[in-house]
Design a protein around this ligand. Structure first.
Ligand SMILES: [Zn+2]
Length: 180
């Protein structure tokens, strides 16, 4: 059922790296609809995206390390997540949720970059709680299609990926708290 995004951000980041940046036969070709080699602009966009992703994780770890000594980030883009979580394993409560939301939002960004906008639909709308969310490509935002879910001007409610990620992480934390 709808339980949020089930492919991990690390899996998606590795997929982006292997599919779009690594020359030669793609190891996961069946998982990405791609009839030709990625064009140079796409490769550059993916390269920039991966670099921005790893930079954000590195910055987050640096800012939230709280004086603990830093371990070097291991090679391999997919290892950046495990490393960032280990570097900030001492975080609790709201700060831990902020880290988890950053990672979760990045996973959604990876999915959208590779055309997997279905990842958005696996979330209930934070406002009306229905399964009417969709990705609006031109506006680059999440839109709730529930006609009763709108703002004061009658426009469909919209969400940023960061808002969707924060809501998902908060809901998970609330569920976990109820279970204990
Ligand atoms: Zn809604």
């Amino acid at each position: 059922m709808h339980s949020g995004d089930t492919t991990t951000p690390a899996e998606r980041l590795r997929l982006l790296h292997d599919e779009y940046l690594t020359p030669g036969p793609a190891p996961h070709a069946e998982r990405v609809s791609k009839s030709t080699e990625p064009s140079t602009p796409i490769r550059l966009a993916v390269y920039d995206h991966i670099k921005a992703t790893v930079d954000e994780l590195t910055d987050f770890a640096d800012v939230n390390r709280d004086g603990r000594s830093a371990a070097p980030r291991p090679p391999g883009v997919e290892n950046a997540y495990r490393w960032a979580v280990e570097e900030t394993a001492h975080l609790e409560g709201r700060r831990a949720r902020i880290r988890d939301a950053v990672i979760y939002r990045q996973g959604l960004e990876h999915a959208i970059l590779m055309g997997d906008t279905k990842a958005i639909r696996r979330h209930a709308c934070p406002d009306c709680n229905t399964w009417g969310l969709t990705w609006h490509r031109q506006r680059e935002t999440v839109v709730c299609l529930n006609r009763y879910c709108s703002d004061d001007d009658g426009q469909h409610t919209t969400w940023t990926l960061a808002q969707l990620a924060e809501n998902h992480v908060d809901r998970q934390a609330a569920t976990a708290a109820r279970a204990t």
